[in-house]
Design a protein around this ligand. Structure first.
Ligand SMILES: Nc1ncnc2c1ncn2[C@@H]1O[C@H](COP(=O)(O)OP(=O)(O)OP(=O)(O)O)[C@@H](O)[C@H]1O
Ligand SMILES: [Mg+2]
Length: 374
């Protein structure tokens, strides 16, 4: 899919702006604080998600320079090509409430847009995917799986609920050790059954996405380094759901005494990780800034490939501030070698912009957007 036209009124520092991007690479450049990220954020909102910067909806309408307060509302419009036809969407945010319109049909909530416009976003915040602990990496897998398989979302929710209940029981047993032992084995069995499904789905998703991530990384790094991702479960062994369940049960029984002492379940998919290695060593501990950035980018672009296979259409790729810390060859790859999808890339440096060989450029200056075709 691709965006044909995007328009924003009173959104962030954009008063009344409209762009007609090309179907390939669109570079959005300008100095700091001019409105480049705002432009991407406005398009992203059409996915139905929240601001990727964690902003509240009441902060999105333009601040009135006279009063210094946010205006009451903002309006965004997106014309796009998807499902072999031109479509149009509108999104209004009034007093922090979203309403939408899709192909002329009014909807009461912004969530009505979910699934109509698909996009993948990379923002500097996503670097934490490599830099931080395992929670974000588990979320990366879970978010992708929930989109691909709605049944996964319900298994995951049921697992989390069972985990909370088992943890509550562990604490209760710590306080009152005289309780009967059998209730814990009931929760062990439930946790093992649900957890095994979560682990197996994550494992098989990782197996399908890993070669894509490695392949994209290879392109970014021009074959100079090799990136590998691997699912790293806290309960080792087993490939079928039944095998994993059995091993998980054994681990839960083995660790129950120490779990009661700590009041916390020490094994299971809530403790698993996704190992990311570059040339055989952990990207988190040893990767350079550029390597870590390239790794996250590869993971995001692989997510776009998975979505393409799933829905038959490539999502819009939004890359915010991706260029800094990357050498010329890596920048060249992003500007000139991402084919078959519409890409928006923001950057500040004029030297980087010069590397772009095809597509369109937009110069953003003080909330005004100027197209530059070449
Ligand atoms: N609701 C709002 N109303 C008016 N201006 C806003 C609002 N929200 C943010 N801004 C302004 O928008 C500007 C930041 O825009 P943006 O984050 O898009 O910058 P940028 O061009 O991406 O810069 P950088 O290169 O530093 O990332 C700031 O000047 C900020 O004060
Ligand atoms: Mg920015």
């Amino acid at each position: 899919m691709y965006v044909i036209r995007f328009a924003a009124r009173d959104f962030r520092n954009l008063e009344e702006e409209e762009i007609f991007p090309c179907e390939e690479v669109n570079v959005i450049y300008g100095d700091n604080a001019q409105g480049k990220t705002n432009l991407l954020e406005g398009m992203w909102l059409f996915t139905g998600g929240h601001s990727f910067r964690g902003a509240k909806d009441t902060e999105l309408p333009r601040i009135d320079p006279e009063t210094g307060k946010n205006l009451m509302g903002t309006a965004l419009a997106l014309d796009f090509y998807s499902a072999e036809r031109e479509q149009s969407a509108m999104l209004q945010i009034e007093n922090g409430r979203r309403s939408a319109e899709i192909n002329g049909v009014k909807k009461d909530t912004g969530t009505a847009l979910v699934g109509k416009v698909r996009a993948v976003i990379f923002s500097p915040e996503h670097l934490l995917l490599v830099k931080e602990g395992p929670t974000r990496r588990r979320n990366y897998l879970d978010t992708a799986l929930c989109q691909l398989k709605p049944s996964y979302a319900s298994v995951l929710t049921a697992y989390r609920r069972a985990l909370m209940q088992r943890n509550a029981l562990l604490k209760e047993k710590r306080e009152r050790p005289s309780q009967p032992a059998d209730t814990l084995s009931v929760w062990n069995a439930r946790l093992a059954r649900l957890g095994a499904q979560v682990v197996q789905e994550r494992q098989s998703f990782t197996e399908s996405v890993a070669p894509k991530i490695s392949g994209i990384y290879d392109g970014i790094a021009r074959g100079r380094e090799r990136l590998e991702v691997r699912y790293c479960p806290s309960v080792k062994g087993g490939s079928t759901v039944g095998e994993i369940e059995e091993l998980f049960m054994q681990e839960l029984s083995r660790t129950s005494a120490s779990d009661i002492r700590s009041g916390f379940t020490s094994v299971g998919p809530h403790r698993d990780d996704l190992d990311i290695e570059i040339d055989g060593v952990s990207a988190r501990s040893y990767g350079s800034q550029g390597q870590q950035r390239s790794a996250v980018l590869a993971m995001k672009l692989a997510e776009a490939q998975i979505l393409t296979e799933f829905s038959g259409e490539s999502p819009i790729v939004l890359l915010d501030d991706v260029m800094s810390e990357l050498d010329r060859q890596r920048q060249d790859y992003l500007l000139n070698h991402l084919q078959g999808q519409q890409v928006f890339i923001t950057c500040c440096s004029p030297e980087t912009v010069e590397l772009q060989e095809n597509g369109m450029r937009f110069h953003v200056d003080g909330g005004a957007v100027y197209p530059e075709e070449f």
